[in-house]
Design a protein around this ligand. Structure first.
Ligand code: ADP
Ligand code: ASP
Ligand code: MG
Length: 406
């Protein structure tokens, strides 16, 4: 069972979480619980790091931001004990949850289950701090990237051979789009791994991307459900499962949006072999995630424009890299724009249906929304638009593909 920030936002809510755990213990399960920090806590800790030293050491950043989870794991263990359920807290280094050395966005490499198994044998609920781990060589605390408790939970479920992994949050499942901006969004009973992976990586923050990857690879039966449901009788939520396990596949299953985009355009770039490499190799070397790329065919055979997007957090670094690369890339000027957002239409059914992109473009045009860049894959279409039109575009497409609740 994993409980996110809003589910453990204060002691009252932690008491409510304990009731959910009690139900599963009463049903005869050994239970591992993964908790996030109280909502808002991690943001506060990150802000403190920036305030103390804007060019902070990532290792100390991890030490600081991992602390929010230590508090909630201890509080939940205390609360469980107080209602007669044997429990103890586990920090990442105690389990241990072993990770890579990539501080700030470490990857889990191994979770020896011995300690947790011993606890289960003793009839104890394991309350584990999410988001954090330890790098075995240096012995230092690491964190898994924002939203990383989802990944902790799925990885632990895999390591202990759990029957299922229930991710409790503040909505009762995965919806056709963010229910906070489209009240007509519908909850899905099931969603395929591939679709959830696209939804998560294209902006639906209900699950961290890596948690979906892990669930898919290790076949962990994962549900998204609500901690605000009646602990005696909660709804089952949404199951993330194989495509084959979904009876009726829609053409489009969901719409995602991301405001975390920044656009960079290079004007009048010399059109000759090696130019794209001269731009994108240095960006890759600097570990910058380039997403959408648009390059025109030049009319005169001499120069062209290249546009691409990067996450906003990497924008400044990307600009610096491009400035340095300009010695190898002849280009007139570099234009940038932070007020953009990416809207994505996702559905496995697109593989076998023509015309999904065309209707999307038409609908956006009908609303006077200009498209700056487009990317597609087999099961998704993404468009880059002015950020001011985000909500309008999401609602328009949600209605267009018949996803609105009656
Ligand atoms: P937690 O703190 O429990 O990890 P998050 O805030 O990370 O919770 O994720 C839950 C939020 O994800 C919801 O409150 C909702 O606004 C947002 N969300 C975005 N897209 C979707 C979607 N397609 N389905 C459900 N929730 C979504
Ligand atoms: N507390 C961490 C964060 O806010 C991890 C998580 O909540 O999943 O990113
Ligand atoms: Mg989350």
């Amino acid at each position: 069972m994993k409980f996110g920030g809003t589910s453990v936002a204060n002691v009252e809510r932690i008491k409510n979480v304990a009731q959910h755990v009690k139900r599963e213990v009463a049903a005869g399960y050994d239970v591992a619980v993964v908790v996030s920090a109280m909502s808002g806590k991690t943001n506060e800790l990150v802000a403190w790091c920036n305030e103390a030293s804007p060019l902070y050491d990532q290792r100390e950043y991890d030490t600081i931001v991992a602390s929010g989870e230590q508090v909630t794991s201890g509080l939940l263990a205390l609360t469980l004990s107080s209602i007669g359920i044997k429990a103890r807290s586990w920090q990442g280094w105690q389990v241990p949850i072993e990770t890579s050395a990539a501080h700030g966005s470490a990857r889990i490499s191994a979770i020896p289950s011995k300690n947790l198994d011993d606890g289960f044998a003793a009839g104890e609920v394991a309350v584990i701090s999410g988001f954090q781990g330890i790098e075995p060589l240096s012995g230092r605390i690491t964190t898994l990237g924002r939203g990383g408790s989802d990944t902790s939970a799925v990885a632990i479920a895999g390591a202990i051979g759990a029957e299922r992994c229930d991710i409790y949050t503040d909505v009762d499942g995965v919806y056709t789009t963010d229910p906070r901006i489209v009240p007509k969004a519908q909850r899905m009973d099931r969603i395929a791994f591939e679709e959830m992976l696209e939804m998560a990586s294209l902006g639906a923050k209900v699950l961290q991307v890596r948690s979906v990857e892990l669930a898919m690879v290790h076949k962990v039966k994962t549900y998204v459900r609500s901690s605000f449901d009646d602990p005696e009788n909660p709804n089952p939520g949404t199951l993330i499962c194989d495509e084959e396990d979904i009876m009726e596949q829609q053409v489009v299953t969901g719409i995602a949006y991301s405001k975390d985009e920044a656009q960079i355009t290079l004007r009048d770039v010399a059109d000759r072999p090696g130019v794209a490499a001269a731009i994108f190799v240095p960006l890759a070397d600097a570990n910058i995630n380039v997403d959408m790329i648009v390059q025109n065919i030049s009319a005169d055979g001499a120069s062209t424009d290249i546009t691409f997007t990067v996450p906003q957090a990497e924008f400044q670094r990307a600009k610096d890299v491009i400035e340095k690369a300009r010695k190898d890339v002849v280009c007139d000027n570099v234009e940038t724009n932070m007020d953009v957002s990416k809207i994505s239409v996702i559905g496995i059914g697109m593989r076998s249906h023509a015309g999904v992109a065309a209707t999307c473009f038409q609908a956006l045009a009908g609303r006077g929304i200009n498209i700056r860049a487009i990317t597609t894959s087999e099961i998704k279409i993404s468009v880059l638009i002015d950020a001011a039109y985000t909500e309008l575009a999401v609602r328009t497409l949600h209605t267009l593909y018949g996803l609105d609740k009656a």
